[in-house]
Structures are given as structure tokens and as C-alpha cells.
Design a protein around this ligand. Sequence first.
Ligand code: PHE
Length: 340
Amino acid sequence: MQEKIKKIQKEIEAFSAKSLEELDNFRIKYLSKKGLLTGLFDDFKTVAQEERKEIGKLLNELKNSAQEKINDLKKKFEDLQHSGKSDADLTLPANFIETGSRHPLSITRSGIVEIFSRIGFTVSEGPEIEDDWHNFSALNFAEEHPARDMQDTFFIQKSPDIALRTHTSSVQVRVMETEKPPIRKIFPGRVYRNEAISSRAHCFFHQVEGLYIDKDVSFADLRQVLLYFAKEMFGEETKIRLRPSYFPFTEPSAEMDILCFLCGGKGCPFCKHTGWVEILGCGMVDPQVLENCKIDSKVYSGYAFGMGIERITNLKYRVKDIRLFSENDIRFLKQFGSVI
Ligand code: PHE
């Protein structure tokens, strides 16, 4: 039996194939159910006890080298095909490559950036991991403000406090500290809040905030810029209203709503029967915030605003569940064209 095994081993070592068909014949001859090796393994049952160890080893080696031979030759054929040197049919159509589409949040983000860039706003970005000063203190958040709570903010480190930024207002501070007015900028980016995840809230989302600082900037300027934005984003017929609100870093502060475009203001489930849909927060930059950033509040004034990209996208495309944006389900993602 040993002789037989050695002979086959030599045959296998010497084998080479010119085509995949030849290679397949080789596999059938040696490794198939009726192949030579299967026959040898059957014979092995009759081998005397004292020879078993030795012959078993040889048989296994034989089987491995046949399998290795097949793998090597197969790889050689594949490589040849990839390098175009085979006789493959080059007139066949190429494999179909599916092109992706832009993420809906990216589409909205660049839409917002584009609208503001037409009236002179440029983009600045900042770090997602922030210190207390840029995220809270410079923006007048009181020491005991609930946003500083562990339940609301993801802290990376305590005293000195380092956290995942809760808004991109932190970039406003960075820009005010380093640039001289006039400043006319928008700040897109990802922000984090420690919230229970539901269809309406997530532990991270995206914002675009804006800042304009110059001499004699008024609330009327703010309103007009926001009206322009709302019309560009949601259509010429869009109506807005400003409601008084509160933010630590703006005074006065307001929330902007647009007239519900589903019911035209009559009231429906979409606008919770109020006729209006909330879009963003805004206000005049608090003089103390300007001073915190070493800008003379007697000379300069400014406005700021901030909106959630998810919220604008939900309104524009009627997406009802915010979780869809981060689930990476292509059935959802491919419904958005690559326009804008
Ligand atoms: N930073 C506020 C928020 O995240 C939004 C805002 C920005 C409000 C600028 C007013 C002015 O909710």
C-alpha cells in the first residue's frame, strides 16, 4: 500500500492543468466519492494494526497535497483572469456596480449651507469633545443649570469637566475668541445629549447654528434672514412666527415656527393642532457672551440661531422616526436622490 501511496503522491505533485476543466477532472479522479483517494481510505480499514499509524499519516498527507494542488491551481486561474490574460469573453457586460446615494442628513446639511452661503455666511467647524468653558461657561450657563447634569450631558471627565458637546454653540465661542468682527458664519456638526432613544429623540443628532456679529446688528436683521432661510428651504409661500423663549446666551431669545404646510394653519395631528411647527431657536447674542469672548459689547452686537438637521429633514421628507437616520437600512436610504 505504501508503494501505491507514493506513486499517487508523485502523480499529484507532477500534475498541472491548462484549464479549469482539466482541474475539475483531476479533482474527480482523486477526491470525489469514487476517486482514488476514497478507495485508498477504504483499503485502509484492512491495514494491520502495527502499520496503521504510518500509513494513516501518509494517506492524510496525500489528501492534503491533492487539496492544496487544487487550491493553488484555482488561484492561478483566478489571478490570470483578473490580469486579463485569460481567454475570458471580453464582450460580456461588466458586473453591475450599484451606486450609493447621499444620506438624507447630508442632503439637508448641504442645502442649509448653500442657502446661507448665498448671503455671505461661511462654514466653521470645531471639536466634538469640548471643555466646560466652550460648551457652557462662556455661554452664560449657570453653575446649577440642568444641562450640566450627568443625566443630560455625556461627560468624559469631571473637574476639569470635559464632555461631548451638547450644541455647536461651542464653535461660536471658539470663533468669537479668535476672529475679529464682522463675523458671519454657520456651524454644522454632530452633537450629543444623554436622552432616552425614541422615535423623536436620539443620544446624538446634528445641528447647524449661525452667528452674525457686526456694528448695529438688530433683531429685524435676524428675522429677515430667518424668513429668507425658511422660504428658500420650504418654499416661497412659507410663513414664519417668532415666539419669546429663553436661552442663557441670547437676550432676547425666540423660537421660530413655520405655518404648518399640511393644514395651512387650520390645525392637524402633524402640528399637534396648533397650526404651527417649531423649526429653530434664536436670539440676540447676550452682551456678556461677547465680553466673555473679548468682543466689546458697546461697539458690537449680533444674533445667533440654531436648528436640528434631523428636524428639518423630517419636515421636508416627512420622516416620522429619527432612528431611521442611523440604522443604515438601504431600503430607507435609497429613497433619497442625490440631488442638492
Ligand atoms: N444652542 C441652542 C440649542 O442647542 C440653539 C440656539 C443657538 C439657540 C443659537 C439660540 C441661539 O438648543
